[in-house]
Design a protein around this ligand. Structure first.
Ligand SMILES: *[C@@H]1O[C@H](CO)[C@@H](O)[C@H](O)[C@H]1NC(C)=O
Ligand SMILES: *[C@@H]1O[C@H](CO)[C@@H](O)[C@H](O)[C@H]1NC(C)=O
Ligand SMILES: *[C@@H]1O[C@H](CO)[C@@H](O)[C@H](O)[C@H]1NC(C)=O
Length: 464
């Protein structure tokens, strides 16, 4: 992999924003001095500067160290129609229409008794947090003016996309229309566009070339593993993934790990190469106007999807060799982060001026026994069983976090914001304990924090 030499990897945008900031402080000061020189007090200076110096208005850790507070939004006692779930959640509607009732948790009437409780809790972050209230119209304006969101991930990220289609409604419209195109394929992209009838359009400053009709604000693409199958197989067989360097041999001294012929088995997965989605992410209006790439992965890194790592002798308590998957994940995500950072660095070197940042949302595992639980918990419930790779998902998250703490990846940020969701066993879809319903606050909390992070935390970081 051709890496850009690290000297060139200084973010041009952080340099230019520093210069801009200095310039604007000077201009402002001169203006202030010229026009109000008689009333100019020294304290004005310090307040201007201290505002600029206020960093980290809410770190992901501060956001996550809060709690769920019961705060019902209506007097409704029982749900009598599915539409009531929308108003309980504070939504005017949802633009996306695929599996509409499933996403809202209203597809099984026998489970309607979880309303209104499931939509009656509000996440209150640490008191150190200074975060603007969640506001769909303000988010839409930001997405047009400062760049939209490209969401890559599995079906949990699709849950996130659906929730965004409600949060941003009525200012967005969604494609495709699944009522008109019921022949669904998971590889289809789903988009949210600025709605031509949104009342906030006159207040938005559109970037050059932006098209209300053709420039997406939010896009979801199904990408389970962040790299495609060919790339993963190549890494698996390369010397970068050596049995010795990853410590695979030490897992069980009695058994030697030998690489299998093929990494994959029959289990289907959807994945794409960064060489496919990075050009989309970095493209300009009218085809694209993204500022933030939101990714999340871990749920599909299993010994059934990657049977080359399956180790029957390791037994259920060791996840049948899940540590082998984890060792591979580490190497694969290093490759991924290198390619993604290089693409962003080259974009800026080649004159690209829009800030581009990647956020890796910590993956959220499911909850055991979720359909018998109707309230948030105060602490994370320990595992009883070993369903899928859920007990090891925190290990995958930790690997990703450690990797991204390196200064090699200045534009890729890890967001450990899974704790609110880990305290909501009641917020799952009717048919399983992994997927999340829109409107409980879990998915909306991800949007809220990511919006805060990209509009306030990342910008401040650049100004340091
Ligand atoms: C409302 O729901 C509760 C709990 O499910 C049930 O006991 C009660 O009979 C319901 N009331 C009406 C009016 O349906
Ligand atoms: C999808 O198409 C159906 C049928 O034409 C239409 O009734 C519905 O309003 C459309 N939905 C959206 C969100 O545009
Ligand atoms: C994966 O991406 C590479 C480019 O990096 C491409 O050459 C290859 O054909 C892709 N494989 C699949 C299965 O799409």
């Amino acid at each position: 992999m051709a890496k850009v030499p690290s000297l060139l990897a200084i973010r041009p945008r952080s340099l230019s924003s520093k210069v801009l900031l200095l310039g604007s402080i000077l201009t402002f000061a001169i203006t202030l001095y010229t026009f109000s020189s008689y009333s100019f007090r020294i304290s004005d200076w310090s307040s201007i500067l201290s505002q600029q110096r206020q960093h980290n208005s809410c770190t992901p850790e501060q956001w996550s160290s809060g709690r769920w507070v019961y705060s019902p939004t209506s007097d409704l006692v029982n749900l009598t129609s599915p539409e009531q779930a929308l108003s309980l959640a504070g939504f005017e509607g949802c633009a996306a229409d695929r599996e509409y009732k499933w996403h809202l948790g209203t597809d099984h009437e026998e489970q309607w008794d979880r309303f209104p409780k499931v939509s009656s809790y509000r996440w209150v972050p640490s008191s150190q947090c200074d975060v603007h209230p969640l506001n769909g119209a303000a988010m839409v304006k930001d997405m047009v003016e400062n760049g939209g969101w490209l969401l890559l991930g599995d079906s949990i990220t699709e849950n996130h996309f659906f929730s965004l289609s409600c949060l941003l409604y009525p200012h967005v419209r969604a494609t495709p229309n699944y009522t008109e195109n019921p022949y669904f394929d998971r590889a289809w992209q789903q988009h949210l566009y600025l709605s031509p009838s949104s009342p906030i359009i006159p207040e938005i400053t559109m970037p050059e070339g932006f098209s209300i009709e053709n420039t997406p604000l939010v896009t979801f693409r199904r990408v389970d593993l962040l790299l495609n199958g060919t790339e993963l197989d190549t890494i698996y067989h390369s010397s970068a993934f050596s049995v010795e360097s990853t410590g695979l041999d030490n897992q069980d001294p009695s058994s030697q790990y030998t690489k299998a012929e093929s990494l994959f088995g029959d289990e289907s997965f959807w994945s794409l190469s960064p060489s496919e989605y990075m050009p989309t992410f970095l493209d300009s209006p009218p085809d694209a106007n993204y500022g933030t790439l939101v990714v999340s992965t871990a749920g599909h890194w299993t010994t059934t999807a990657l049977p080359a790592f399956h180790d029957e002798d390791a037994g259920e308590s060791a996840g049948f060799g899940i540590h082998n998957v984890l060792a591979f994940f580490k190497v694969a995500m290093r490759t991924w982060a290198g390619e993604v950072q290089d693409a962003i660095t080259k974009y800026h070197i080649n004159g690209g001026r829009r800030p581009k940042q990647v956020v890796v949302r910590a993956y959220l595992p499911g909850h055991e026994n979720c359909h018998n639980l109707f309230e948030p918990t105060e602490t994370i419930t320990p595992w009883v069983y070993t369903w899928y790779n859920w007990p090891w998902i925190p290990d995958f998250n930790t690997e990703f976090q450690e990797l991204l703490s390196s200064s090699e990846f200045p534009d890729i940020h890890y967001l450990p914001i899974e704790r609110p969701g880990r305290l909501r066993p009641d917020a799952h879809a009717s048919g399983d304990c992994l997927h999340l319903i829109s409107g409980s606050g879990v998915l909306e909390g991800w949007s809220h924090y990511i919006w805060h992070f990209v509009t306030r935390e990342v910008k401040q970081k650049d100004m340091v």
